[in-house]
Ligand binder design. Structure first.
Ligand code: WT7
Length: 632
């Protein structure tokens, strides 16, 4: 056993059992290889997957920041996630285990069955005239069909755009319209904490202003009555009964750089932007990161609690695990319904070995006390993970002690919709510090810079940037390449701006502090102040508004809104509640403000920009800082 290195702060070293089990024992060796030979590292990983035709170049930087990976190669991610496994024993291995929120139904799919389902869905959408490059919006709850739909699009070369089921009409409509989708795949509804979410009704409302949509496929999930529009709406089970649904669907041969999906995410200002990922690089990135960080083996049962509507669900619930031939557990419900032991009960019942979740969920479950998890045998677990926002050491330690029984390392993975895959993360053999994602993944270099672009000293806060390209990097913002260059590559030319601030300690460990832009992370969900403000402005009483994120014990951040009313409207408790309801109805329940405060006049700069910094300080009773730019 090598000696434990001297490190600053509180350190958790991997146990001998963890090291013995880990597929990758020597972190330093692989890190050094990738540092000195970035393309060699990724090429070696890419060779573990199947390509219809190999690449000419691993990394093409000639048009940076429009980097290209594996140029000249032909590939399809769906072939690698599904069809590739038919040649091995994995054909008969479970690919997906699904459990309904009410616990009354359970469905399982072997890789063979998954292939059949994907073929069927692919045949159907192809028969509706969807071809390579067409956009398809997917809006569903956490049911297996959402994964089938994503893979079916990939198989025929269509670009999927999944919209989180917790978003409502305005958000869905904006995303369908911007993507110019021809097809929407949805379900009659979904279940959330015992309550019905009427997804199809929200689709109907959204489609009033989306002329590009020709067809809507509706998966039956809840069985409640919904209106179906003749010619446009089709029940999925009816389509499955048609002869066209049968048989294998040809896999489209894609260029490595062809788009796989777009996923809308919130930026600093303006409308949500469509982050574009590709077949080749995204495939290699998600496959490799998941393999090393979560140490996947064929005996594992991997549970990622994220929703497929966010990047975590794309990369580590759908694509990453299936590319690795893993068994994925997909649960329809949330952590505490009907009781706060729901997740612990599922870990026990399904023998989950790797459990990946969000700090907000851990903090929420912590509050119910240890008695709930202690009712269950959690001994199957061997690795834990978190993502979405910084985890406070107290929650980390609770997760480690109460859930992991002090034997499961916690992979605190820092990454973004844009990065597609983990960027700062440990692997199981890396010593851990609660609250730090440790070091950059193989091949990546992260710097912390001041305003002028100089590296700050260790321990000081600065802008977090990534300095080396990676295969799963976003390629552009769909339909808006200028915004891609301006948003990510202009503040420090040649370096990728993450939008986060961070510190690095003496051991080279990174500590994420949070967003430095107008992005709010509410329970790990990424929302933009602009989206919330545009929902508010559609209310008749609102003249102007500003949304900010305030620290919240469980959610990490909570939305607080300042509203300037139109003449003739009085600031009442009822109006405040109406406005919160209004945002929830239009943008989605996840965007419901924690509070709405009325203000006579919003603080603005002389050039008319709202000074959110001042509002934030005011709301927390903190000093308001430099007010010299305030308009009066
Ligand atoms: C932002 C990206 C990619 C997974 C889901 C979020 C924050 C993400 C961590 C972490 C501290 C984190 C950052 C980042 N974030 N993971 N482990 N520790 N902060 O993706 O919705 O695109 O949000 O989430 O602020 O910029 P996203």
């Amino acid at each position: 056993m090598p000696e434990k290195p001297a490190m600053e702060g509180e350190v958790y070293f991997p146990s001998p059992e963890t090291i013995a089990h880990a597929n990758l024992k020597d972190w330093d060796e692989t890190a050094a290889f990738a540092r000195d030979n970035l393309e060699g590292f990724w090429e070696k990983e890419a060779e573990e997957l199947e390509w219809f035709q190999k690449w000419d170049t691993v990394l093409d930087e000639s048009q940076a920041p429009f980097y290209k990976w594996f140029t000249g190669a032909k590939v399809n991610i769906a072939h690698n996630a599904v069809d590739r496994h038919m040649k091995t024993f994995r054909k008969n291995k479970l690919a997906i285990i699904w459990e309904a929120e009410d616990g009354k139904s359970e469905r399982t799919f072997s890789y063979y069955a998954l292939q059949r389902e994907v073929n069927r869905m692919a045949n159907i959408i192809k028969s509706m005239g969807i071809t390579k490059g067409d956009r398809v919006t997917i809006y569903m709850g956490r049911i297996p069909e959402i994964v089938f739909a994503m893979l079916a699009c990939a198989k025929i070369g269509a670009i999927h755009s999944v919209v989180f089921g917790g978003f409502s009409v305005d958000a869905l409509q904006g995303r369908i319209a911007d993507s110019e989708s021809k097809l929407v795949i949805t379900s009659d509804g979904s279940m959330q904490n015992g309550k019905l979410v009427e997804l199809k009704r929200i689709v109907d409302d959204s489609l009033r202003h989306c002329p590009t949509v020709e067809n809507v496929i509706v998966v039956k999930r809840t069985g409640h009555d919904i209106p179906m529009e003749a010619m446009r709406d089709h029940w999925y089970h009816d389509l499955c009964a048609l002869p066209v649904a049968n048989g294998k669907c040809a896999t489209e041969v894609m260029d490595a750089e062809d788009p796989l999906f777009i996923l809308y995410t919130s930026g600093s200002t303006g409308k949500p932007k469509a982050i574009l990922h590709t077949h080749g690089g995204y495939m290699v990135g998600t496959y490799t990161t998941l393999k090393y960080v979560f140490d996947l083996n064929d005996e594992d049962r991997f549970w990622c609690t994220a929703d497929p509507g966010w990047i975590t669900g794309h990369s580590y619930l759908a694509y990453g695990p299936l590319l690795n031939g893993a068994t994925v557990f997909l649960f329809e419900g949330g952590p505490a319904y009907p009781y706060p032991n729901r997740w612990w009960q599922l870990i026990e019942r399904f023998g989950i070995t790797i459990f990946y979740t969000a700090p907000t969920a851990i903090r929420a479950l912590m509050r119910f006390g240890e008695a709930w998890p202690n009712k269950h045998d959690l001994s199957s677990l061997r690795l834990l993970g978190t993502v979405g926002e910084p985890i406070n050491p107290e929650a980390w330690k609770w997760f480690h002690r109460v859930i992991g029984k002090e034997k499961c390392p916690i992979m605190d993975t820092w990454w973004q919709t844009e990065t597609g895959a983990f960027m700062i993360t440990p692997t199981p053999v890396v010593p851990l510090k609660p609250g730090s994602g440790t070091r950059p993944f193989f091949g990546q270099v992260a710097e912390i810079l001041d305003e002028e672009g100089n590296p700050v000293e260790d321990g000081a806060e600065g802008y977090l940037v990534l300095t080396r390209p990676w295969p799963s990097m976003l390629r552009t913002i769909y339909k808006d390449p200028d915004r891609y260059v301006k948003g990510y590559w202009s503040k420090y030319p040649g370096k990728y701006l993450t939008g986060d601030s961070a510190r690095r300690d003496k051991d080279g460990y990174y500590w994420i502090i949070g967003r430095v832009d107008d992005v709010i992370k509410v329970s790990g969900h990424r929302l933009g102040t602009a989206e919330i403000e545009s929902a508010l402005i559609t209310h008749e009483a609102v003249a102007e508004s500003a949304a900010i994120g305030l620290p919240h014990e469980v959610k990490g951040q909570a939305i607080s809104c300042f509203v300037q009313l139109k003449p003739g409207f009085a600031p009442t408790e009822k109006l405040s509640e109406d406005l919160r309801q209004h945002v929830s109805k239009h943008l989605g329940p996840i965007a419901r403000p924690e509070e709405v405060r009325f203000i006579d006049k919003l603080p603005k700069t002389r050039s008319g920009k709202i000074m959110r910094r001042v509002l934030k300080a005011r709301a927390q009773g903190l000093p308001e800082g430099d007010l010299s730019t305030l308009e009066d």
